[in-house]
Design a protein around this ligand. Structure first.
Ligand code: AMP
Ligand code: ZN
Length: 480
């Protein structure tokens, strides 16, 4: 399949949209920075999960399921984790375990498949220490005050990914300037563990127990599971600097490689109802509360509507997440469900997307283009093209939606509406239907129409359908 699809991806490193050529077609490797597990994921955090889930699905389609390795880590050691566990009076492990479980549940509700590998930072401390030792040996890092720091000026082409000047980096908000640093841009690889905080035996002869900095985690986990040079590295745009820049510095300097990953991809930010999401503005929403509470728009939302909304915008563009967008998503899902019920179609067990949908996705994950192709399929299906309906259901399923469950839920709902109808009404309608059939047999069409119109005036709609086997007209009804 590979030769048929030319996959174009925008590479932050080269600032161009370029053809993706894997290092090894038999093992295409992607790493995406995962959550720091101290609190529920907010709807912005869900965006990279959904975006890179679509990319993983596309890579599997192109190269084959068994030829793609997708790794997304869990950061389970961090200052925010320590602080939150102390605040709640629970152990760090309790906090990270329950938060990771919640993250998995929420992302599954959004239709995101699990990555192939989900490494945890605390299980890779030895690998981190090894990289740190190598960096010190090679003169890229130094020990001071029980810390190990990466010396930024020791790397000639530091800053290539973000394209920042040294002055900008010094001014950068997330660069802490501490007196023990040789250079203001130097960053932490290892630091002492505070009282009561988790700590491990330190590298480089440091006696105090310590713990790793954030950036070194991803360098160690990606190298262990994907190799020192791999294909794609992803995350949100805010991670470009300093996190990804520092991952690159550590990995390249330790392993002596020209790149850490060939392609660097960054999703744009999500805002809510036109404003940056923040707790102080009161517009900060977790996926969990969208699914389970009535905090946003006064009602609960389905994971599928959230996924639909996140995919309406191409991943590099900013998204405005709105109640109106979710309502639109639900309406669209309902229209497609009606169509599938009418044509008796659900997705195949191994659904393949239709060609124009693939064309959209291979154009730098242009999901709006893929949706336009699906709207076209729906138009054709509406005029009775069952094959188009099948392609639509399969394309939706490929993109992580579940048309079968839409059809089942709607059928159940219709069934229960029917069951809730007053038995007296039911008997009366059935009687009228029988009288109408009798009238039709006698070719008394005026009487047959009168009965139909009278019921319609009460909001009861009759539908005639020919039974294919008997050739008889059968009448069903619904309450509008
Ligand atoms: P964090 O827990 O802050 O490291 O974020 C986890 C992931 O979510 C990273 O890839 C971030 O870039 C991404 N992210 C955080 N906030 C947003 C947002 N508002 N919109 C899109 N992506 C975000
Ligand atoms: Zn990372």
């Amino acid at each position: 399949m590979s030769a048929q699809h030319k996959l174009m991806l925008t590479n932050t490193l080269t600032r161009t949209k370029e053809e993706f050529v894997p290092i090894d077609e038999k093992n295409v490797r992607m790493y995406v920075c995962g959550p720091t597990v101290y609190d529920y994921a907010h709807v912005g955090n869900a965006r990279p999960v959904v975006v890179f889930d679509v990319l993983a699905r596309l890579l599997r389609l192109i190269y084959g399921k068994e030829h793609v390795t997708y790794a997304r880590n869990i950061t389970d050691v961090d200052d925010k984790i320590n602080a939150r566990a102390a605040e709640e009076g629970i152990t760090i492990r309790e906090l990270t375990e329950t938060t990771a479980q919640q993250f998995h549940d929420d992302m599954a509700a959004l239709g995101a498949q699990s990555p192939d590998i989900e490494p945890r930072a605390t299980e890779h401390i030895e690998e981190m220490k090894q990289i740190i030792e190598t960096l010190v040996e090679k003169g890229h890092a130094y020990v001071v005050d029980d810390h190990v720091l990466f010396n930024v000026p020791s790397m000639e082409d530091y800053g290539k990914l973000s394209g920042r000047s040294l002055d900008e980096m010094i001014a950068g908000a997330r660069v802490e300037v501490a007196t023990y640093k040789k250079d203001p841009t130097d960053f932490v690889l290892w630091k002492p563990a505070g009282e009561g905080e988790p700590g491990w035996d330190s590298p480089c002869g440091i006696e105090r127990p310590g713990r790793p900095g954030w950036h070194i985690e991803c360098s160690a986990m990606s190298a262990k599971h994907l190799g020192t040079v791999f294909d794609i590295h992803g995350g949100g745009i805010d991670l470009t600097f300093p996190h990804h820049e520092n991952e690159i510095a550590q990995s390249r300097c330790a392993h002596g490689t020209p790149v850490m990953a060939n392609v660097w991809m960054h999703n744009g930010f999500l805002q809510v109802e036109g404003e940056k999401m923040s707790k102080s503005l009161g517009n900060f929403y977790t996926v969990h509360e969208l699914l389970e509470s009535e905090n946003f728009g006064g009602r609960k939302w389905s994971g599928e509507a959230i996924r639909y909304t996140l995919l309406q915008t191409q991943y590099r563009q900013p998204i405005d997440f709105t109640e109106k967008g979710l309502v639109e998503a639900e309406k669209q899902i309902k229209r497609w469900t009606d169509l599938f019920i009418k044509l008796g179609v659900v997705q195949n067990s191994d659904p393949k997307p239709e060609n124009e949908v693939v064309m959209g996705l291979t154009d730098d994950l242009n999901t709006p283009r893929a949706f336009a192709a699906m709207h076209k399929l729906a138009r054709n299906a509406r005029s009775g093209d069952k094959e188009a309906a099948q392609q639509l259901a399969d394309s939706l399923a490929f993109l992580g939606f579940d048309p079968k469950s839409w059809v089942e839920a709607q059928t159940r709902e219709e069934q229960s509406t029917l069951e809730n109808i007053d038995p007296a009404l039911q008997a009366r309608v059935e009687e009228q239907i029988a009288l109408r059939l009798e009238a039709r047999k006698n070719k008394d069409f005026a009487e047959s129409d009168r009965i139909r119109d009278e019921l319609a005036a009460e909001g009861i709609i009759l539908k005639d359908q020919k039974n294919k086997e008997t050739g008889e007209i059968e009448t069903t009804w619904e309450v509008k």
